[in-house]
Design a protein around this ligand. Structure first.
Ligand code: NAP
Length: 314
């Protein structure tokens, strides 16, 4: 007899089982630590393969990983296209394939868009918990797309900011954001206005040239730099990259994929997983940047979480 056919778990179901990104925190912290432990950590994850779709300004990324600690094997397929202002199609679309690691059979096909939004925000939250200054009061989000919402949700769940500010290239979308989230959000007319005096900054744009500059930043602030995932794309300027303590999710990925890291020549201080494990200090009193590129193992643990929860209810 062959193995059972794979199940399909669509976006609504994923959302139901992963209603709060914070549900992923323990699994993601463990995965980050395991990833940064080398072979002993049992995470097999090559730097993702990215295929440019030259004629249409898009990219297809393939992100496989195996986590021995979770005994979970997945690959994510993700497309990302330049954001057309009036397009109803999301800029990022993703699917995660979950395999049975014992024999290689495909067990499930999961919508990957909700997983991508939530696991990315959860990893930024882990970085922020470790790296933000004590008594952080002001959160600033640059961008008003999918990641802006998922970051807002987990940041306001886990931390108590006195003020949340947003700036977006298209102001109406920032206004829509402020009107649709649960707490008060101040819409700013410029990125500089939004950033000035902020203790924690999140950049979640598809910018390809800097939108955040070092001389705007309050000393000691923490920045989660989530966009600019191509070697020639930037969100942060050289001054900010060079004058901050730089943390990354994966050294190999940062040196292959991140324009902010490669083009600035900034020195990487540590992987986030090293800080989670306690083998590198967090230095929250310094100005810190967490350059997030997103790792396949984050999708692996998130997909396993959703699949296990789905299986328990079926
Ligand atoms: N590190 C990770 O693990 C990870 C995972 C997923 C996504 N990402 C990255 O996170 C970023 C946001 O993703 P998303 O899913 O939220 O995308 P999205 O929903 O398409 O939102 C994109 C945002 O970027 C803004 N934007 C686009 N081009 C811009 C430009 N040239 N200058 C300034 N703002 C610009 C858009 O503003 P308008 O409203 O004006 O169009 C919008 O607010 C992307 O760079 C994506 O690749 C990272």
């Amino acid at each position: 007899m062959g193995s059972a056919p794979p199940v399909f778990i669509g976006a609504e179901e994923v959302e139901k089982h992963l209603h709060r990104a914070s549900l992923l925190l323990p699994a993601l912290e463990a995965a980050l630590g395991n990833f940064s432990s080398g072979a002993a950590g049992g995470v097999a994850q090559p730097v993702r393969t990215v295929v440019p779709v030259h004629r249409h300004g898009g990219f297809l990324g393939v992100m496989p990983a195996y986590s021995a600690a979770d005994d979970a094997l997945t690959t994510k397929l993700v497309t990302f296209y330049e954001h057309k202002k009036d397009s109803s199609v999301p800029s990022h679309q993703a699917t995660v394939l979950l395999f049975d690691p014992r024999n290689g059979s495909l067990k499930a096909v999961l919508d990957g868009s909700v997983i991508t939004a939530k696991r990315t925000a959860a990893v930024s939250a882990i970085a922020t918990k470790l790296l933000m200054p004590p008594f952080a009061e002001v959160l600033c989000i640059l961008g008003a797309g999918v990641q802006a919402y998922s970051h807002y949700d987990i940041f306001t769940e886990l931390f108590t900011f006195k003020e949340v500010r947003i700036w977006n290239r298209t102001k109406e979308k920032a206004v829509k954001f402020a009107n649709s989230v649960n707490g008060p959000v101040q819409v700013c007319s410029s990125a500089q206005e939004a950033v000035t005096g902020a203790d924690v900054v999140v950049t979640v744009t598809m910018a390809t040239t800097p939108i955040l500059f070092g001389d705007w930043i309050k000393p000691g602030a923490h920045i989660n730099a989530v966009g600019a995932s191509r070697p020639d794309w930037r969100e942060l300027d050289d001054e900010l990259m060079k004058n901050s303590v730089l943390f990354v999710d994966s050294r190999d990925a940062a040196l292959t994929e991140s324009g902010d890291v490669i083009l600035s020549g900034a020195e990487i201080f540590a992987e986030l997983g090293e800080v989670v494990k306690g083998t590198k200090p967090a230095l929250p009193e310094k100005t810190t940047v967490f350059k997030s590129l997103g790792m396949a193992v984050e999708d692996t643990v998130a997909a396993k979480f959703v699949y296990d929860s789905w299986s328990a209810g079926n």
